[in-house]
Design a protein around this ligand. Sequence first.
Ligand code: ADP
Ligand code: ZN
Length: 517
Amino acid sequence: MDQAARLLHSVFGFPEFRPGQAEIVQAVLSGQNTLAIMPTGGGKSLCFQLPALCREGVTVVISPLIALMRDQVRALRAAGVEAGALTSGNTEEETEEVFQSIDDGRLKLLYMAPERLASGAALGLLRRARCSLIAVDEAHCVSQWGHDFRPDYLRIGELRRALRVPLAAFTATADEETRAEIVNRLFDGEAPATFLRGFDRPNIHLAFAVKDSPRAQILRFAAARRGQSGIVYCATRAKTETLAQALREAGHGAVAYHGGMEADERRQVEARFQREDGLIVVATIAFGMGIDKPDIRWVAHADLPKSIEAYYQEIGRAGRDGSPAETMTLYGPDDIRLRRSQIDEGAAPADRKAADHARLNALLGLAEALGCRRQVLLGYFGEAAEPCGNCDLCDRPAQLFDATEAVRKALSAVLRTGEWFGAGHLIDILTGSATAKVRERGHDQLPTFAVGRDLSKPAWGAVFRQMMGRDLLRPDPDRHGALRMTEAARPVLRGEATVTLRRDTVAAAGEREAVVR
Ligand code: ADP
Ligand code: ZN
């Protein structure tokens, strides 16, 4: 499993597993027959691709979706993995190449269209390829009663039996009849390890709050939950120490935990947390992997996590016992700048950085959500949901307003100053504050000077933050974090798109409104 976690990072470039993936990967790796029911977009390909890389021999992937197979093969090759496809779309050379890499013993993943199974040669081919695992995508195609029935899928069971290799079946179709049919036809009725877990953790209350005075906000949140076990996640080691100290001074049992501590000391904290009621651990992301405490009642983020996957994993440590649990994630423009610059300054190649920015955008989209947060979160993982009634935005729906004009004014201030300034200076210009810096640069002469007097400075701060959250503006690390316009903002500037923002955060930005219910 360690190797799988390493490859997750080095080959696929993902910082952590998505919900459910780790358990499935573990089962497949250990050679069990598995059936995983995952929503589309949930990340099932990884659940057979990773084990394929860890195991001896070749993993044969059967899928009816030829275009998708070809995409996956291309992506795998780009990541340096030996993968090939045998489909009707192949050129002769492509097929020749696949056979060559089979015979060289280089191939790790062989994608096959179901038609290939029809010929009597299929078994011989799989033997020749030293097939050690069969992965079946869209496994519901084996169901004769479904819309997607593929007669060729009926041969898969035979192949499994003849080769005596484990089989991992995947589908997004969860109804019981289909599942039973998959078990009958692919596994001869012998129940495989089955994974059917939606991503939702309905007992966890979701909430985000704009970070204005983080220490006070965390102290308030903890004070309302005195005596309950909780975790506060921080972005830096130093912060875990100071926050733990502040919590102790407020009368809580609280300890810091981070990767810089001696292993012994860390184990002690883990043991204490497991054992004691009502302890607060203030930790970096180093805390959590080995923690299996069912009654963690709350998780707070003093800083924005680095991706939506990390967020899900961290809040997911709360309420494993199914009883109500609460979360609160603080975020602000500094978090956005920090996370962006961590990506930009990392050593990853450009396409991976782009993907990391996209994953950060997903989390920011959740932070700046206009409606039910659970819908946004589950939607990201491919699961549809109704408004949940258990998040801050269901508790108190956001008031929305058409912010297109304000956003255009902000963009115009950014562009007219050459994309060289941060939000503070831009807001001075918009609100007509003739500060020394504004006058020195002649920015009081710009047509945008004072065009935004209708909003207060804190309200403009909220507009800029939401614009950064929507990735309309991005801080440029090569310009000391100056805000630059992104491609996504162009349609707004051209008048081809409108922008809806949350009024409450705009209006409340200056008022330090209590964020705890
Ligand atoms: P499906 O379950 O529909 O086959 P995919 O396997 O194509 O879904 O994955 C859906 C998306 O999720 C892909 O863009 C993939 O790159 C992404 N993804 C999968 N696993 C992870 C992960 N652990 N972290 C981040 N993104 C992931
Ligand atoms: Zn909700």
